[in-house]
Design a protein around this ligand. Sequence first.
Ligand code: CAA
Ligand code: NAI
Length: 700
Amino acid sequence: MSRVVNCSEHGAVAVITIDSPPVNGLGHAVRKGLVKCLSDALDNNMVEAIVVHGADKMFSAGADIKEFGSELAFTPPLLTEVINMIEASGKPVVAAIHGVAAGGGLELALGCHYRLAANNARLGLPEVTLGIIPGAGGTQRLPRLVGVPAALDLIVQGKLNPALEAHNIGLVDELFEGNAADAGIAYANKLIVDAAGPRPTRNQNAHIEAARGKPEIFEEYRLGAQKKARGMHAPLAAIESIENAVNLPFDESIEKEREIFDRCVESDQSKAMRHAFFAERTVSKIPDVPKETPPRKVDSVAVIGCGTMGQGISMAFANASIPVKVLEADQEALDAGLAKIEKTYNSSVEKGRISTEERDHVISMITGTLEYADLADADLVVEAVFEELELKKAIFSKLDQVCNPGAILATNTSTLDINEVAATTSRPGDVIGLHFFSPAHIMRLLEIVRGEKTGADVIATAMALAKMLRKTGVLVGVCEGFVGNRMLLAYLREAYFLLEEGALPQQVDKAIYDFGFPMGPFTMLDMAGLTVGYLIRQHQAGTRATDERYSDIEDRIVEMGRLGQKTGAGWYKYEAGTRKPAADDMIEEMIVETSANLSIKRREISNQEIIERCLYPLINEGAKILEEGIAIRSSDIDVVWLYGYGFPRHHGGPMFWADLIGTDTIHSKMVEFETEHGNLMKPAGLLEELAKQGKGFGDI
Ligand code: CAA
Ligand code: NAI
């Protein structure tokens, strides 16, 4: 009997329990344990049926992803062998699923002869989200049970589906409420009474035959996947494998599935997506804030300022059913802000995203006020007024006077020094930055900015709060722009320089889009509006070295009154009522004229140069951020870029991508750029050091 898999007998039913916390992953020890318990049950004449289930929270989250690429992944018994053994069993085997059955976990259940699921269980094959395909028969057995179109939906989208849906499509035989082992035993006893024997999935061919000779099903799916999962290989590989299931004998097709799986698992895309999976989970681990640190309660919130961010932040809390009081400077601004919130929710109802009841509920969560005294009992206050240090300081000293002891005082500043703001209060330990991204009720990223004196429990509360708001919180330190915007500035700066040197906005945007970003820098700037960047650059003007290269190209666009999509023109022009950017001759003329004024001879710029010029300096800035301890680890920077800026997940994030390319390659290119373009391109010390040692950011 193995520690991670246990077997017990209940009359004529053997119950095999996978007990490998935290998620009953199917690592080598579990696979071995399953074989042992199965063999025992098969050899035992008293046993007439077998139940497989998971201990604790779930059935199984699938293969142990940490094993990928290691020898253990190839050490027998492989998962396919375990599943084949179950399927070939002469005694019926029942999978009793609760919690989650994902990836190899669901494949194990597909190999069982019968499947039961708890009403609140979730089932799916999310392998494509890790850049791989189901590699233990999932692409072969699932279409046999649910039909080809439903299998394509499940595997290509990679979502976990509710048990009820799984039952409706025929993936699950019966739903149950309560304990999985008990439900499994009851079902197995019924099978024994009914003399219902094994029912191997591999022999169920009706659905497969129905799809044979219909290549158009797959063609349509391929086109959809190319659009929705732009640049990703795994969805196409999964479609290929399901098509094989339809056209080839089972044994031949499952062998091909393994080949495709191996090809995917070794690809850079899969390495990047697996990195992203673990990066998202590592981000909440803070060395000096142990996970046992008790968070403070956040049952009520106040937001100061009901402008763009104040509205979004209020909605983020309301959506999590946390009551919000929003304070404005005057009645007019308050009414306007609240009306805008209502309009946003009404539009969500019109688009069918929420029901009218849900709208009424979230709107009822938000109330307005003009009185600081009304904020006294808030557990958390988030300030989101104009970006002016003196104004924020004045607000924080007022909050210090009115708020209950223990209340967390947060600012949404994007550029100001949180330590200065905290110093105006008698409780700097309670002050923290909560840097939401616009639109705050939608964007997943929350930069949590730790001041010099911020308390550990305040940080723990902010991290927990991010989860409550369904956001990904990343802890960062104080510096101008924090992690995301500081790196963004380096990227944008080079995009502007490229225009001066010979590129056009649409060319830069296309190169970045083709790399995998949802949009290029100029489309993004137009969408976000050009004013904020303009104000920041004006603010920085005094601190810029006189010999530092600076492009005023965007300032000139702003000064023309072209503030982006909201004014119908920015870097691009927009037909009334559309958001589709169209190249504008006027902008091209302005760019060409700028080059002439700077005596720059415009040249042909390749897409490769655009990628290197925009992304290598961004990575270089990331290296400085790590050097200065502003981010805890390079994977946290990746999470910021994956969630805040749409960095393509199949490249893993900028720092992971840098490691794939090699820090030595990036470093030598930065040296070349420094010679050609000046000291803004100077390689970071850390980058130089890693390049010298032949190491990557992930090795730190
Ligand atoms: N392998 C290794 N570790 C895993 C894992 C897996 N399949 N799934 C989760 N973990 C780890 C997490 O990294 C985390 O570790 P730490 O506590 O050290 O950070 C821990 O288990 C708990 O995970 P979550 O925080 O994600 O827990 P949750 O309760 O929020 O979510 C879950 C549970 C929905 C199952 C989620 O963990 C998940 O989606 N897991 C991955 C599922 C998946 O993609 N499976 C396919 C694997 S590939 C495969 O199976 C290939 C094949 O064909 C054989
Ligand atoms: P905004 O100009 O849209 O809104 C500011 C609001 O604050 C206005 O409604 C104003 O009436 C109100 N206000 C001003 N003084 C006040 C006072 N004394 N008391 C109460 N309310 C007052 O500005 P926006 O864009 O919402 O920015 C707010 C903050 O969020 C700034 O610190 C900004 O740097 C930060 N931020 C902005 C992002 C963006 O994309 N707009 C993104 C992340 C942070």
